[in-house]
Ligand binder design. Structure first.
Ligand SMILES: NC(=O)c1ccc[n+]([C@@H]2O[C@H](COP(=O)([O-])OP(=O)(O)OC[C@H]3O[C@@H](n4cnc5c(N)ncnc54)[C@H](OP(=O)(O)O)[C@@H]3O)[C@@H](O)[C@H]2O)c1
Length: 273
């Protein structure tokens, strides 16, 4: 028999998680099938992208009762409320509950823990965008990534097994330090987008012909490869590295407002240990 799982919050991440678990060797989908490594039981109330709609139910008691593992993949602001609803309407004792927020801790699931559930935060260090109509869903976007996890030991053991099945690794983190990992993830992903937005604006300012950001892709890729092989500190090149401050002043002379402020702050940050 496969591990029976249910999802509360089948959005960007929840949908991809279902797909990846069902694609683990010998898994099976749908609430009536069995015999695979993972068996999808139910989704709660909705499926944001219309996948697995046959498994959508309005009955949270049924969703919990029929699953061994319940993933709460709602937005951060709705995790506690979803956990409280499940705790109030079902018997979660002995079940494993995860939420997938990189920011929040297992404390969000306290209402379930108090009723005997094993709880943990189990969140992927990866970014997942929507699955549009006709867009291919990658079989397993979790392969090779890290999950952060903290919580009850029974839930952490299940987290290790699930991550292993997905080809991912688990980093067990201190609950009080989890926010620091999240800041690092925001810097590595969201702020990278902010910096690329600045680059894109400069390309537009350069006028005709206006190339797209893709002309920077080889530069971006090589920078990341350098970071992978040499580390962050040893990968810097450019005017700041060469101490060509006249060039930096010239750049600042061409920038205005927020763009100048950001350029200056980032340049000064490069000089910090
Ligand atoms: N996306 C990523 O790259 C990523 C990466 C790492 C971790 N995470 C974490 O994963 C979680 C989900 O992120 P996401 O990007 O997948 O969000 P999302 O696309 O907005 O999906 C969340 C889904 O949950 C539904 N929902 C909310 N409350 C519900 C409830 N009580 N019952 C049933 N469904 C409910 C939402 O419906 P409504 O829109 O109608 O509210 C929405 O469809 C977040 O905690 C996030 O921090 C996301």
């Amino acid at each position: 028999m496969g591990r029976k799982f249910s999802i509360i919050g089948a959005g960007n991440l929840g949908t991809r998680l279902i797909h990846a678990l069902l694609n683990c060797p010998a898994s099976s989908g749908g609430s009536s099938s069995g015999g695979g490594r993972y068996e999808l039981k139910h989704l709660y109330k909705k499926s944001k992208f219309g996948y697995y709609t046959a498994s959508v139910v309005d009955d949270i008691e049924l969703l919990v009762r029929e699953a061994d593992i319940i993933f709460i993949c709602t937005q951060e602001s709705k995790i506690r409320e979803a956990a409280e609803e499940a705790a109030a309407s079902s018997n979660p004792a002995g079940k494993i509950f995860f939420h997938t927020s990189n920011c929040l801790t297992s404390d969000q699931l306290l209402s379930l823990k108090l009723k005997g559930a094993y709880t943990a935060s189990f969140s992927p260090l990866q970014t997942f965008t929507g699955v549009g109509p006709g867009e291919d869903m990658e079989l397993n976007p979790f392969n090779g990534i890290y999950f952060l996890a903290e919580g009850d030991k029974e839930a952490l053991q299940a987290a290790r097994e699930i991550a292993g099945d997905l080809g991912a690794a688990v980093l067990i983190v201190d609950k009080d330090k989890k926010i620091d990992y999240h800041i690092a993830a925001v810097c590595a992903s969201n702020f990278l987008i902010a910096v690329l937005k600045l680059a894109e604006r400069q390309l537009h300012k350069a006028g005709e012909p206006t190339p797209g950001i893709e002309i920077m892709f080889p530069l971006i890729r090589q920078t990341l490869e350098n970071v992978a092989s040499r580390g962050v500190a040893e990968s810097l090149t450019g005017p700041f590295k060469r101490k060509e401050m006249a060039i930096i002043d010239k750049h600042l002379g061409r920038l205005e407002g927020d763009e100048a402020v950001l350029y200056k702050a980032l340049t000064e940050f490069l000089g910090k240990d």
